[in-house]
Design a protein around this ligand. Structure first.
Ligand SMILES: C[S@@+](CC[C@H](N)C(=O)[O-])C[C@H]1O[C@@H](n2cnc3c(N)ncnc32)[C@H](O)[C@@H]1O
Length: 199
């Protein structure tokens, strides 16, 4: 929880700049469409680490019932203004009472979770998804032969955990998810999965 408090503080400071950039340069649009195509009509979707709400806005504008959560109060404040059809709450995913969502969208968040905390984070995603539900998750690719974490001093000391693709795939499978699609993005610096909850 210490880590998540420092993440919250960093994103409180970055909120204006981050939100402006996210709404101007909507990087995840094709991924959002692919994710939405796998959801049932009127699906309930949880956007974990929703930031300023641009993805929650896209999904709620399509008619999905979206709850966006984030540990940064400044991000949540902006999300409520820019995405009025979605609902938002300032909370850590690990504290959310398990509810069955049809889909969980978790974009550009997991690399902020330390190696020690990643299992608890994946358990929390699992707890909030119904069996057969769809999870979208991203991470940052390791540029070494090992998994490691380091603080990115250029970006307000945010933790960046870097994983080898094999590690990313294994921890996802170990937490009850079947990977339907794996791909690299952002010139192979990032990776993403679409999964189905099996157990
Ligand atoms: C890089 S931003 C991504 C925002 C948005 N998903 C996007 O793709 O633009 C990461 C966000 O995750 C939030 N976050 C980090 N850890 C979290 C946790 N444990 N629970 C909820 N939100 C978290 C941060 O506060 C931050 O707003």
């Amino acid at each position: 929880m210490k880590i998540s408090r420092s993440i919250a503080k960093s994103y409180d400071k970055l909120a204006d700049e981050y939100t402006r950039e996210a709404y101007t340069n909507h990087l995840a649009l094709s991924q959002l469409k692919r994710f939405a195509n796998l959801l049932p009509k009127n699906a309930k979707v949880l956007d974990v680490g929703c930031g300023g709400g641009q993805d929650a806005k896209f999904l709620s504008d399509q008619g999905y019932a979206v709850l966006g959560i984030d540990v940064s109060k400044e991000m949540i404040k902006r999300a409520k203004i820019y995405a009025p059809k979605a609902t938002f709450q300032k909370i850590d995913i690990r504290k959310l009472q398990g509810e069955s969502y049809d889909g969980i969208w978790c974009c550009r968040v997991f690399h902020h979770i330390s190696l020690d905390d990643q299992s608890g984070f994946l358990d929390a995603l699992n707890k909030n998804l119904s069996i057969g539900g769809i999870l979208y998750l991203t991470s940052v690719v390791s540029d070494k032969n090992s998994d490691y974490e380091a603080f990115d001093s250029g970006n307000d000391h945010l933790l960046k955990k870097r994983l080898r693709p094999a590690t990313f795939k294994k921890i996802i499978a170990d937490h009850g998810f079947k990977i339907l699609r794996f791909s690299f993005w952002s010139e192979k610096k990032g990776m993403e999965v679409i999964c189905k909850k099996e157990f």
